[in-house]
Design a protein around this ligand. Structure first.
Ligand code: HEM
Length: 406
């Protein structure tokens, strides 16, 4: 039996998550697996078996088609990635209605973050960035960039889009953190229920801003009941803020650990959009503590992926971080280069499964880095790389702290 056969079909399932030596590089075990082939048998932290797809071509093709779904016909028997209530835990949505439910959800989201709406959003996002950077400038040094900027910005943005009152921000943050708990199903489920109830109550009490998504869902043409609006709001608050917090943290870390690229960007601010894409490509490694891209999907039928046979309803994990470092697509993939000419990374998924929040996440990162570079050209790390710690107890991972000085 070859190594590849053993990975793919034999009994040697690799235990995840894989330990990373360096916060910005894929785990050595993951890298070794990727060298061997595009599909691997793995065991998740819940003890279930799954397939980990690491090849760019295979990840992209699976995203594009309809061969994977997020639901399972028997959720109680579905293999799991983590204990989280939202992503990674037991699939919750209805198997038969999955496609219709997702299309509807995307349409709703599109109504608030369509390109025209995003153009309107840029000035208030810029103002939020300015205020946060004012606070950072006034803070004692060293300061924690995660607490001061990376965490509050996406939270403030998604709360504004939903129309959640500013005074509720702290509470929403605590509850989304609970939802992300990777190893504690009770805490995660309670967090999701509390956030859903809380947002439903905001709607019932008419405290939601009139131009926010929550209030719109109450009015025509949707006229949804408050508990359903609460659930949509909680899902969006979670997906819309955690991922972006993590991406900002790794983006800043990449910049501060690559002084030549930092200088190049200061000298050529017109490269900012390309740099944000490179932050997203490289900063996506090891982000999701459970493994893969952190989002469990299930084969809708028997599949052949890269010559490996997957069975219907098998758990399939698409590793976008590994795919983003596939040398068949990215020249010198382990090099962080702000002027990479072509950067078709899969951090936001692809095709049918492309993240509907990607334009908003990009807008937030572009707005933040534009001002950060200009106002803090001397920003630098205030700790050694070895002392940086990532959340291994949350499904979205991310840096716990990022001490900086200037
Ligand atoms: C850097 C930040 C972000 C990253 C890396 C990211 C990544 C992803 C990926 C890979 C998927 C596809 C999952 C799959 O189907 O397998 C996804 C889906 C999704 N994302 Fe994002 N996302 C980010 C920001 C956002 C934001 C800001 C929002 C909302 C405002 C958002 C809302 C969603 C939603 C609602 C889905 C599910 C769509 C569906 O059911 O098909 N995301 N995201």
């Amino acid at each position: 039996m070859t190594d590849a056969d053993q990975d793919a079909g034999g009994s040697a399932a690799e235990q995840m998550p894989f330990a990373q030596d360096h916060p910005l590089q894929p785990a050595p075990r993951l890298r070794a697996l990727q060298q061997r082939g595009p599909v691997h048998r793995v065991r998740t932290r819940t003890g279930d078996e799954a397939w980990l797809v690491t090849g760019y071509e295979q990840v992209k093709a699976l995203y594009a088609g309809d061969r994977l779904g997020r639901t399972h016909p028997r959720p109680d028997r579905a293999a799991r990635l983590t204990e989280s209530a939202l992503f990674g835990g037991r699939p919750r949505e209805n198997f038969a209605r999955e496609d219709a439910d997702r299309a509807w959800f995307k349409e709703i989201l599109h109504s608030v973050i369509a390109p025209v709406r995003l153009r309107e959003a840029r000035p208030w996002v810029d103002a939020m960035v300015r205020d946060l950077l004012d606070d950072l400038a006034a803070a004692p040094r060293p300061a924690d960039f995660v607490a001061k900027v990376a965490l509050p910005l996406p939270t403030m943005v998604i709360c504004r889009i939903l129309g959640v009152p500013a005074e509720d921000l702290g509470r929403c943050l605590r509850l989304t953190e609970a939802i992300a708990a990777a190893g504690d199903e009770a805490r995660s489920s309670a967090g999701l229920a509390d956030l859903t109830d809380h947002l439903a109550q905001v709607v019932t009490d008419r405290r939601a801003a009139r131009d926010g998504l929550l209030a719109r869902l109450r009015g025509a043409p949707y006229r949804l009941p408050a508990p359903v609006i609460g659930h949509i709001g909680a899902s969006l608050m979670f997906t819309g803020h955690h991922t972006t917090v993590v991406a900002i943290g790794y983006g800043v870390l990449l910049l501060l650990t690559h002084p030549d690229q930092h200088r190049a960007l200061l000298a050529h601010p017109d490269r900012l959009d390309a740099a944000v894409e490179e932050f997203l490509r490289v900063g996506n490694v090891g982000v999701n503590t459970g493994g893969g891209n952190g989002i469990p999907t299930y084969a809708r039928s028997d599949l052949d992926v890269g010559g490996v046979c997957l069975r219907a309803n098998d758990l399939v994990l698409l590793d976008t971080g590994a795919a983003n470092h596939d040398e068949r697509v990215f020249a010198d993939p382990y090099r962080f280069a702000v002027d990479r000419p072509s950067n078709p990374h899969l951090t936001f998924g692809h095709g049918r499964h492309y993240c509907p929040g990607a334009p908003l996440a990009r807008l937030e990162m572009q707005a933040l880095f534009a001002q950060l570079l200009h106002r803090f050209p001397d920003l630098r790390l205030a700790t050694g790389l070895a002392d940086l710690r990532a959340h291994d107890d949350q499904i979205t991972g991310g840096l716990i702290e990022l001490p900086v000085t200037w």
